[in-house]
Design a protein around this ligand. Structure first.
Ligand code: SER
Length: 592
């Protein structure tokens, strides 16, 4: 009998609930307070403060299914086991139980008939061998023997295999013990050889007793924690005796759909189908995330762009519009996973609309870009950094796509040269941005300065009329007009527009003083100033306040501004329209 993904999630959570664990929801795919990483790559990541000792509101035993995304293996996606987005089942002890219970429960969950019922003779484990930083994990070794694993099925490995910590090498970490399952032909070999690919790692138990310092030393944590993780998709494959993780209920509907719409077979287009299914699934989850990621040229947005564009390239020759194929795959994914992740269903329209927008945008330049690429291939023996940058800049080819295309043709690409070009370009745009945001407006004319102050009044007026969910999303000021983007899901009514105008004009009539103070970012946050706190401001920021004791507005801003609001004249909104999904745009002018 095959086990479904939902049954596996349920069994895992039920098991740990029966062992006194509170079930916590999955955190966002985007880490909360950690700008050093783009995505949550393990279930423990959102729990770092609690692993370091902060009390968790739900207690000391937790379990969940966490949405994770890893990009380091993105080039391996297409084989039987690698994914970008995946679900990680995990249980934690925050200074509560330690090795004894963790190992005994792992064993019970895996082997007991009531739970997964895997044959014990198909299991093996590796433990930390010890080195200068920490001793051999003798306790785990003995505990595995007590469970019934013979020495031949136990391996002692070094830090590179049996030590787990964050990629940043700072924070909670410790020796781990990894559990392997034999997926090869019978009989199972007596001796466990971790390098044999038929031994698949299915569960990692980390005994977090150390805190790695930025200087590379390890100090004992004040509490001893357990952090475990099992990749849902891998375990499912193992349980169902199916080495290909795409042959599970998680992916089959998407794969069948691809077969149907393209008339091609999974058996012949295996790698392409897998990449498309994986990339579209990750894209759907990024867009549906509570911190909605949309395609862009930086950070998480860039990863999303890469995922979508790579999929577009793969179906480009299929004689069916890529937007139809790929949005159809996403429909299947939402249908498959929407029950476990209701955000997919809630954000259905947004996901489809954003994906289609990105596909159509890229489809438009892809054909010309591919021609350009062919031209380059015809002329050169390698792709220069300048060429790769040209493909990126003019045709929207993510760097990785150019690299992939070149590899397919057996050509080298000058990566250092590309990075060099990219840096030059970023420096140019940084200087331009600095002109606008740090040193002040690029154009210091009085007309522009007045509109700039009006923008601050406008933001506050919008928040008063439409609520605190309104944030500035961008602005563009010329001496003639102000363009202002802000987050808000629907069109403003004429009454709301009138109210906003009236509030701004009232504040102008009050002739409020506009003052500027310099302070640290933290101080600015404490004054309640509006601003983007995670942007890379300097050590000191300028805070502009409009109004006296109980100011009307306070914002982090480079300036310059007028000194009194009466200098603005009369404020009028000339247009209100949609800018992108969830973002409205106002155009406004000042009249004398
Ligand atoms: N953090 C460990 C891992 O990712 C166990 O959950 O493998």
């Amino acid at each position: 009998m095959t086990l479904s993904s939902q049954e596996l999630r349920q069994k895992f959570l039920d098991f740990f609930r029966s062992k006194g664990h509170a079930i916590i929801p999955s955190a966002s795919l985007i880490p909360d307070n950690d700008p050093s990483v783009l995505f949550n790559t393990a279930g423990m990541q959102p729990l770092v403060p609690y692993l370091l000792g902060e009390p968790h509101p739900l207690g000391r035993r937790l379990a969940n299914v966490q949405k994770c995304l890893r990009t380091d293996d993105i080039d391996k996606v297409g084989d039987t086991v690698h994914l970008t987005f995946f679900e990680m089942l995990g249980n934690w002890s925050l200074g509560d139980y330690f090795q004894e219970e963790a190992i005994a429960w792992s064993w019970e969950f895996l082997t007991d008939k009531q739970w997964l019922g895997l044959p014990a003779d198909h299991l093996a484990a590796s433990v930390f061998a010890g080195d200068a930083d920490a001793p051999f994990d003798r306790r785990s070794y003995e505990l595995w023997q007590q469970m019934g694993l013979p020495e031949k099925r136990l391996a002692k490995l070094g830090q590179e295999n049996n030590w787990w910590g964050l990629a940043s090498h700072v924070g909670p970490c410790g020796p781990d013990t990894e559990i392997f399952y034999w997926t090869g032909p019978e009989p199972v070999p007596d001796i466990f050889e971790p390098a044999n690919p038929f031994w698949v790692e299915i569960w990692n138990n980390v005994f977090m007793a150390y805190n790695e310092q930025p200087d590379g030393t390890f100090i004992p944590l004040k509490q001893r924690n357990v952090d475990t993780g099992l990749g849902l998709e891998r375990v499912l494959a193992v349980l169902n005796h199916e080495p290909d993780i795409y042959v599970s209920d998680l992916f089959q509907p998407a794969i069948h759909y691809l077969e149907k719409i393209s008339g091609r077979l999974y058996s012949s287009e295996t790698r392409t189908f897998r990449i498309i299914a994986d990339h579209m699934r990750a894209s759907a989850f990024l867009l549906a995330d509570e911190k909605a990621v949309t395609p862009s040229n930086k950070d998480q947005g860039y990863v999303l762009r890469r995922l979508i564009r790579r999929a577009v390239r793969l179906v480009y020759n299929w004689s069916i519009p890529p937007a139809d194929i790929l949005s159809g795959v996403i429909e299947q994914i939402i249908a498959t996973m929407g029950e476990a992740y209701p955000e997919l269903v809630r954000q259905h329209d947004f996901i489809i609309a954003e994906v289609k927008k990105e596909i159509i945008k890229f489809n438009y330049t892809l054909g010309r870009g591919l021609k350009e690429f062919e031209r380059l291939v015809g002329h050169h023996h390698f792709i220069s950094g300048t060429d790769a940058f040209m493909l990126y800049q003019s045709y929207g080819f993510p760097w990785e796509m150019t690299k992939e295309l070149a590899q397919e043709r057996g050509l080298a690409v000058d990566e250092a040269g590309f990075q060099e070009e990219m840096k030059k370009h970023q420096e140019l745009s940084r200087t331009a941005a600095a002109g606008k945001f740090k040193g002040g407006l690029a154009d210091n004319s009085l007309a522009t300065t007045r509109l700039h102050t009006a923008a601050h009044l406008l933001l506050q007026a919008l928040r008063q009329v439409l609520g605190d969910g309104v944030y500035q999303r961008g602005s563009n000021i010329t001496p003639e007009r102000l363009r202002f983007d802000f987050s808000y899901p629907q069109k403003l009514t004429p009454e709301e527009i009138k109210q906003v105008e009236d509030i701004v004009n009232e504040q102008i009539a009050l002739d409020l003083p506009v003052t500027c103070e310099e302070m640290s970012l933290e101080e600015a946050r404490q004054t309640g100033a509006m601003g983007i706190f995670d942007a890379k401001y300097g050590a000191k920021v300028k805070v502009y306040t409009i109004g006296g004791d109980q100011p009307f507005s306070r914002e982090i801003c480079g300036g310059p501004h007028v000194e009194h609001t009466k200098e603005l004249g009369h404020f009028r909104i000339i247009k209100e329209e949609s800018s992108s999904a969830g973002v409205r745009r106002i155009k406004a002018i000042l009249e004398d």
